[in-house]
Each structure stands twice: as structure tokens, then as C-alpha cells.
Design a protein around this ligand. Structure first.
Ligand code: TXA
Ligand code: MG
Length: 339
């Protein structure tokens, strides 16, 4: 156990310290606009291997490489198709990750033996500053213990990884709150592997046909191969058993109030006044962005309710709501009850 150094993104000398640790092969938790990332030098296989050890991450789950200048993309991939240029011009920097055929400089640890690499240009100024200052592309998965909700504050990072990583750079709470949209351009047509802040509707408006990978909304069948390895693991799991109740608000309230034993609720603002169980609120009913922003912190807080079952309201599946639903059904182990 070593002590994790706490740095502040608002101090330039702290950003330089973070960059120095990264250049020396260390691990630093960094803020991005989506969630906190656990960064290491993406060109250093040994440094990236330490990410897997710190998180307890399965070795077959590849990492996203973060850049601070579009020119870096051309050094990391073999080809940059027209679709990548279109998406980069519209959504970079921002919460969008593109998968492309990898260049030889990408170590096996980063791509987990695949022939492709995931690349993202984050918009968070502190993330950009650390990448720029280090002079390196940075591999960074979410900075949580594998299986836990992704961290949206520096405190979440310390809770999960304190003592296991060299430093965390505190840049305040993350804006989007859910991980980036992952789209692969290594297939034709492009395929959405993980929904996020850049929506399926926006991708289709930019590119035409974009396939929604079945793993976004459904559990993989036994033996089926995941297009995005991260989608096959049980994820974001609170201690309690989460059940999504899909139906109108009144039916939700009635159901929960009729099943109160050892139960809690993951509900929308205003619902708690009518529920007779412990509640965690997550955004407003009509506000998918607020739900996205609050979901992971809400999932972490469910553990404090001390209940064995949590009844969650079913999010709307349009726009950013698709990303909220995608994370919530994983937290629920795909248990959805139609009301
Ligand atoms: O917003 C984000 O993307 C955050 C921040 C830190 O940038 N990062 C993040 O990383 O969420 P991670 O490792 O938790 O999720 C990366 C996802 C996983 O589901 C992984 O399987 C998938 O991207 N992925 C990475 N490289 C891939 C590849 N070459 N082919 C298919 N899927 C890939
Ligand atoms: Mg993750």
C-alpha cells in the first residue's frame, strides 16, 4: 500500500506533477467530462499492465487511448476513414470514442490482442492539459474497481483505488456523468457499441446507417462473442438486487408501496414524497441529461440504504436516455418487470 497523492486540477504545478508521474510510467486518476479515468502512458505496455492490476480488470478488456490534438489520431491508427473525420469535426473534443484499425505502436495490453484501438479526444480542460503536458497519448479506462459504478468525483476514485495508484487529479464532478459513446468504424456500416453523451440519433444524422449492437440492450447469449468486451461483464452493480419497473408513474408508486419489505427505491425527483421506502433520487423524470449526470453517484449511494431490493424507475430510451437505460439494465442484471 502506498499513499495516493491528491492533486488539484486548478493548480498548474499539480498538473505538471501529474504529467511527470505519467511520463515515469505511473498511474494517475484524471477528470474528464464523462467520468474519471485511470491514466497511464498508452505507448508503455508495462505501465498499461499496471492499470489492469490496480482495477482488477480482466485482461481481455481493451483500453481507450486519449489524445489532446486531432493530429495524434493519425499516429495511433492505420487509416482514418471519411466517417472518422466527419465525427471528429462534429463531436471532438467530447464524449465520443472511435474504434479504428490500430497502428503498430499500440502495445497489446491496450488493445487486449485485438487488431483495433479505441481513441477519444476529451473536452475537459484538465484532461487536455495533462495529455499536452505529458506529451503522450494516455490509455485510461474508468477509474473504478472493475465491476463498480464508474467514478464521477475524485472521492469516488480514492474510495475505490486509494493506495493502489500514484495520484488523483481533482477537477470537480464530471459533467456528463456516464462514459463516452463508443462507435466502431472498423466495420461497415459503423456500429454503436456503447451509448453515451453523443447519441445514436446524432451518429445517424452524421453518417447515415449506424447499427445498434444488440449487446447495448440485451444480455449476451451463452457463448456469444462481445463486439465490445466491456459489455459482457456485470457492471455498475450495487450490493442490493436492482429491479427495473417499466410502467407509468402511478403504477410504479403503487407497486413499490405494496412491496416495502427490505425494499428501497431509485426514483425521480418528487417521487420520494409518495414512496414509503428509503429512496435515492436520480434526476427528473423528463431530464435524461440530469439522470446521466447523477446515476453513478446514485448507484453508489444505494449501498447506504441497507435494503436488499431496489426498485428503479425505467428511463426513457431516446437520446441520452439510451445510455442511462444501458447502464441501469446492467446494474439490474437485466431484470425488468413490466407493470
Ligand atoms: O468516457 C469514457 O470513455 C471513459 C473516460 C475515462 O474516457 N473511459 C472508459 O473506459 O469508459 P472503459 O475502459 O471503462 O471502457 C472502454 C470500453 C469498454 O467497454 C471496452 O471493451 C471498449 O471500450 N473498447 C476499448 N477498445 C476497444 C476495441 N478495440 N474494440 C471494441 N471495444 C473496445
Ligand atoms: Mg469502465
Amino acid at each position: 500500500m502506498k499513499e495516493t497523492i491528491q492533486l488539484s486540477a486548478s493548480r498548474p504545478e499539480d498538473v505538471r506533477a501529474a504529467a511527470r508521474i505519467l511520463r515515469e510510467g505511473g498511474l494517475v486518476g484524471i477528470p474528464t467530462e464523462t467520468v474519471y479515468g485511470l491514466a497511464a502512458n498508452a505507448l508503455d505496455g508495462a505501465a498499461c499492465a499496471r492499470i489492469f492490476a490496480a482495477k482488477g480488470r480482466p485482461a481481455d478488456n481493451p483500453l481507450i487511448v486519449h489524445i489532446s490534438d486531432i493530429k495524434q489520431l493519425y499516429t495511433l491508427v492505420r487509416t482514418v476513414p471519411k466517417e472518422a473525420e466527419i465525427l471528429a469535426s462534429l463531436y471532438w473534443p467530447g464524449p465520443l470514442t472511435m474504434i479504428l484499425p490500430k497502428a503498430d505502436c499500440i502495445p497489446d495490453e491496450v488493445c487486449a490482442g485485438l487488431d483495433t484501438v479505441a481513441v477519444r479526444f476529451p473536452s475537459h480542460p484538465a484532461a487536455q492539459a495533462v495529455i499536452r503536458e505529458s506529451g503522450l497519448p494516455l490509455a485510461a479506462p474508468s477509474a473504478n474497481t472493475s465491476g463498480r459504478p464508474s467514478p464521477t468525483t475524485a472521492q469516488h476514485v480514492l474510495h475505490d483505488l486509494g493506495g493502489r495508484i500514484d495520484a488523483v487529479l481533482d477537477g470537480g464532478p464530471c459533467d456528463v456523468g456516464l462514459e463516452s459513446t463508443v462507435v466502431t468504424l472498423a466495420t461497415n456500416p459503423p456500429r454503436l457499441l456503447r451509448p453515451g453523451g453523443v447519441t445514436l440519433e446524432q451518429l445517424r444524422a452524421a453518417l447515415g446507417e449506424v447499427v445498434l449492437d444488440p449487446a447495448v440492450l440485451n444480455p449476451l447469449a451463452a457463448g456469444e462473442k462481445a463486439a465490445s468486451p466491456g459489455m459482457k461483464y456485470k457492471h455498475y452493480a450495487p450490493k442490493a438486487n436492482v429491479v427495473i419497473l417499466d410502467g407509468p408513474r402511478g403504477a410504479y408508486l403503487d407497486y413499490v408501496n405494496a412491496h416495502r419489505e427490505n425494499a428501497g427505491a431509485l426514483c425521480y425527483a418528487g417521487d420520494e414524497k409518495e414512496l414509503r421506502v428509503p429512496c435515492v433520487c436520480c434526476g427528473g423524470e423528463e431530464n435524461s441529461s440530469a439522470q446521466a449526470h447523477e446515476l453513478f453517484d446514485a448507484l453508489r449511494r444505494l449501498d447506504d440504504l441497507g435494503v436488499s431490493t431496489v426498485y428503479a424507475r425505467c428511463p426513457d430510451k431516446n437520446g441520452v436516455g439510451l445510455a442511462v437505460y444501458n447502464r441501469l439494465i446492467r446494474a439490474a442484471g437485466f431484470e425488468v418487470l413490466k407493470l
